[in-house]
Design a protein around this ligand. Structure first.
Ligand code: NAD
Length: 254
């Protein structure tokens, strides 16, 4: 067993989906600073992903950029094959990519539902299916799935998002049971975070006001979520299995 307490990821290979922006970007940087090599997945964010890879390399860590739509099986299979062939086996997979949409339920179309569920939930299935076989073969690996406090709270005008994120918690717990003890699978359910997802451009003033109505009266910085991801990726969390950690400012207390 490794040292009692360490946040080092030295010698580990991590892949973070949707890493070009926001929380994914902060996680990728935190992992690199902890010594990991990082595969930066993005979809249509080549410039931002390239900038991030350069920042990662400035820390002395290795970085690769791989474009893939994580909601598409073909893209995910291609990415898994490419990453495992050119970068090596993935020790830490962070299923972070996601989208959100604010819409009254009775205006929500089947297309809205399918897009949200494909990007926020099916992607976790596809990525896990693509990367777990190599983890099983090596009998080691960590998967971290990005849920949301809204999975528990629910929110008017966000039914597909809340359903998808509740599904993320369900698949996390199921896979954690199926692949323990060698592979540790946990989730993070953040409260509101200062990214493009929570901004006046994408949210109504009512939604923004509700986001601030939590005990800590502020939204988190992406680095505060990355700290939780770093803990879950590290050996310090080795007894965590199927857990949902909540850096949420008190929005959910469980
Ligand atoms: N910001 C918040 O308040 C908050 C709260 C709880 C959970 N989350 C979750 O955190 C995760 C990151 O969100 P964020 O806040 O950093 O927002 P963000 O919009 O900055 O990041 C999401 C990233 O996912 C990428 N992405 C979207 N669809 C993709 C696809 N099909 N394939 C690959 N990449 C794709 C986007 O390009 C973007 O880079 C999401 O899963 C989100 O649901 C965010």
């Amino acid at each position: 067993m490794s040292a009692a307490f360490t946040l080092s990821l030295s010698g580990r290979m991590a892949l973070v989906t949707g890493a070009g922006t926001g929380i994914g970007r902060a996680i990728a940087l935190a992992f690199a600073q902890a010594g990991a090599s990082v595969v930066v997945n993005h979809w249509g964010r080549a410039a931002l992903a390239g900038e991030l890879a350069r920042e990662i390399e400035d820390t002395g860590a290795r970085a690769w950029v791989v474009e893939a739509d994580v909601s598409q099986a073909g893209d995910v299979v291609r990415m898994a094959e490419q990453v495992q062939r050119t970068c090596g086996p993935v020790d830490v997979l962070v299923n972070n990519a996601g989208i959100i949409q604010e819409k009254p339920f009775l205006q929500t179309t089947e297309e809205d539902w399918d897009r949200m569920l494909s990007t926020d939930l099916k992607s976790v299935f596809l990525m896990s299916r693509a990367f777990l076989p190599a983890m099983v073969a090596r009998q080691r690996g960590v998967i971290i799935n990005m849920a949301s406090d809204l999975a528990v709270l629910g929110r008017a005008h966000y039914a597909p998002y809340c359903a998808a994120k509740a599904g993320v918690i369900g698949i996390t717990r199921s896979l954690a049971r199926e692949f323990a003890p060698a592979i540790r699978i946990n989730a993070i359910a953040p409260g509101p975070v200062n990214t493009a997802m929570v901004s006046p451009e994408s949210m109504s003033p009512e939604w923004m006001a509700r986001e601030l109505d939590i005990p800590q009266h502020r939204i988190a910085e992406p680095q505060e979520i990355a700290a939780t991801a770093l803990f879950l990726a590290s050996d310090s969390s080795r007894f965590y299995c199927g857990q949902v950690l909540g850096p949420n400012g008190g929005s959910v207390m469980a």
